[in-house]
Design a protein around this ligand. Sequence first.
Ligand code: GLN
Length: 250
Amino acid sequence: MKIRIGHLYPEYLNIYADRGNIAVFARRAGLRGHELEVTPISVGDEVRPGEHDLLYIGGGQDREQALIAPDLAARREAVREAVAGGAALLAVCGGYQLMGRGYRGRHGDDMPGVGLFGHETFAGERRMIGDVLLDCELEPGRRRTLAGFENHAGRTRLDADAAALGRVVAGYGNDGESGDEGCRLGRAIGTYLHGPLLPRNPWLADWLLAQALAHATGGEPPELEPLPDALEARAHAVSAQRARDRGGRF
Ligand code: GLN
């Protein structure tokens, strides 16, 4: 199968080499005989619902976010329609913030968001920086951990009816208080975790690929053939231990 990825604002939002997540998708799809087609979607480009099996947006500094936020907000309906139509989505940090209703940055600038996720973000005084470990249950009864690195001033508050991606085991997460990290809406995932996220969390890469394949085929997410992930497991273990050692509170 061909898996079509729409990469939003790749030249603006790529802090901590977030595009490494795309490299993971390409490699893991290729090893299962699938082809990845990655299309950049930047300022002035249309998002056409149905044309992408997965939308990806990385993180960035307030400055870069402010440059693209009005353009992204103008595509709000299209992004929401794409996800409502079954496309998967992965949004990291700055991109995650802008998938909510909006972000008020460190210097008071109000950036409009897409309103896909039920959350709002306001920058605080101190940045939340360090390794993070999460406990996730994307499917009932199937608990798995995610390890990554966070660096954000934004405090994200989820609406009462919005679901977090996971519970913080160590680190700050959405706001350093609630114990929530990220947001999940069907096949859409938002998170503060960089690293990049996917090289040390291959199960999430495969979960997203399976969701994207389901969109491409119109069927159920397939079971992907397991890969020998010894190096990935080591990277995850090192990262998880760093997060545990740190604890992660102000
Ligand atoms: N600029 C945003 C913040 O500081 C997002 C940072 C990021 O993407 N790492 O909260």
